[in-house]
Write a protein that binds this ligand. Structure first.
Ligand code: BES
Ligand code: MN
Ligand code: MN
Length: 456
């Protein structure tokens, strides 16, 4: 495995050029306008897999965007690693906030700037190149399968069914995923928890048409005023969520475990400075890392209605809308939370308005145990290439399909992410440091080696 370093040195430019080709395809899964690009991106991943040395790679139809499946099976007696990643990306808008076009990757200050540079094209590509190295050098130690999907950013609506229909094809000993962050290359960490998600849209309707705000103002319920008041009631002054029953299933983390978690270094000042905020804000009694790692949250992601054009139009709107996301912790069920939300939200509505609640997507959280061969192998691999033993850390983000993998395939996932919080995923100017990209490629073959050794 030692040769991986020289292999990377020799092939740096080519690796980047290949990744850039994939990034140039604007595979935004949520956008109607980008539908043709989705298949193009899937085809690019398929041919990249074949080029890297897969014996087989194919595009599998699903009820939504296709899955790219690939494999190299060398010996049924050896363990099998299933690599999961996604080729779809978030929309790049608002475009005017980017310093370079989102789908024309550019290297500045040692970072790749582009939509998908980190999430997840950059991180997924590390696996293809690490695999290429192992095949090329004849030291692939075990069987490998790849499942690269195109719907992660829209909640993987087709993938659970795809897994259920392809259990045998996807049979493996561990699922290896690079789609999360680490604290830094100097303080390496392995993600051991993901939050679940309930994402809903609410619609408040008042009068049957927009009204003159002078003729009617003060006499008719204004849905934007009402919606704002309802939203304000969703959290109390300690920033606890007020939805009845919301905390019933929340797992309380013991003081002992909290103490253990608090050992992971966290620089509050740097965190605030990076965001240009004077102070953080969240649930009373918990630290910032706890607020995202072990506690649920409720945020309005967008709110609209009425008149938002240029100048002033004196109007009392007929409708108001909001998108609301709740991040859940393990053991909370997103369908149950959807239900609790709807009942509670409707109970907040005053007479004179109608309320509609639509669930957009959701998923369960995940906790990765650290007493497994997979965690051990990941820890050893990271220590090998970054020189420090990684700390386990719970992330605030979600990859809902990870809980489904366990339920449907019966296999646990290992979240070996190389992104940084500063990579600005989902934001303008998403970026991925070259060093993280190459360190990722360097680390992956060691994971293969240690995982195989620990399983033989
Ligand atoms: N890769 C992210 C999730 C992530 C990022 C987890 C960093 C941990 C650390 C993933 O692509 C993502 O954005 N997930 C969505 C899920 C949603 C669209 C269902 C999320 O968390 O908002
Ligand atoms: Mn991702
Ligand atoms: Mn994402």
């Amino acid at each position: 495995m030692e040769q991986i370093k020289t292999y990377i040195e020799k092939n740096r430019e080519r690796f980047l050029e290949e990744l850039f080709e994939l990034i140039r395809i604007p595979s935004v899964s949520s956008s109607e306008a980008h539908q043709p690009e989705m298949l193009k991106a899937a085809e690019a991943v398929e041919s990249a897999l074949l080029k890297a040395g897969a014996d087989k790679a194919e595009i599998k139809e699903t009820t939504g965007h296709p899955v790219v499946y690939g494999e190299k099976l060398i010996d049924p007696a050896l363990p099998t690693i299933l690599v999961y990643g996604h080729y779809d990306v978030q929309p790049a808008e608002p475009l005017d906030l980017w310093n370079s076009p989102p789908f024309e990757p550019e290297i500045r200050d040692g970072k790749i700037y582009a939509r998908g540079a980190d999430d997840d094209k950059g991180q997924m590509y590390m696996h293809l190149k690490a695999f290429e190295f192992m095949v090329e050098n004849g030291n692939l130690p075990c069987n490998v399968k790849f499942m690269i999907e195109g719907e992660e950013e829209i909640g993987s609506p087709s993938l659970k069914q795809f897994c259920a229909e392809n259990r045998e094809l996807l049979r493996s000993d561990v699922i290896l995923i690079s789609d999360t962050t680490m604290i830094s290359l100097d303080i390496p960490s392995i993600t051991t928890g993901l939050r679940g998600l309930s994402y809903l849209q609410v619609e408040v309707t008042g009068p049957n048409r927009d009204l003159h705000s002078g003729l009617y103002g003060g006499a008719v319920a204004n849905p934007i005023n009402v919606l704002s008041e309802m939203i304000a009631k969703l959290r109390d002054d300690k920033q606890r969520i007020t939805i009845s029953g919301f905390y019933d299933d929340v797992l309380i983390v013991s003081d002992e475990e909290r103490k253990e978690m608090a050992k992971a270094p966290f620089d509050l000042k740097a965190y605030q400075d990076a965001l240009d905020i004077e102070t953080v804000s969240g649930e009373e009694g918990y630290s910032t890392t706890e607020r995202t790692g072990i506690r649920p949250s409720l945020d309005v992601c967008g709110i609209w209605g009425g008149f938002t054009g240029e100048g002033a139009k004196t109007v009392l709107p007929s409708k108001a809308y909001a998108k609301i996301s709740m991040r859940l912790v393990p053991n909370q069920d997103s369908k149950k939370v959807d239900q609790l939300f709807e009942t509670y939200f409707k109970s907040l509505a005053p007479a004179g308005v109608k309320v509609k609640v639509t669930s957009l997507h959701g998923g369960q959280g995940y906790v990765a145990p650290i007493d497994t061969a997979a965690y051990q192998a990941a820890s050893m691999a990271v220590e090998q290439t970054l020189g420090k033993k990684p700390v386990p850390s719970r992330s605030g983000g979600s990859i809902p399909i990870v809980a489904d993998f366990e339920e449907v395939l019966g296999v646990k996932s290992i979240l070996l992410g190389f992104g940084l919080e500063s990579d600005a995923i989902h934001s303008p100017n998403e970026n991925y440091p070259l060093e993280n990209f190459f360190k990722g490629i360097e680390t992956i073959p060691w994971f293969y080696k240690y995982f195989t050794e620990l399983n033989s």
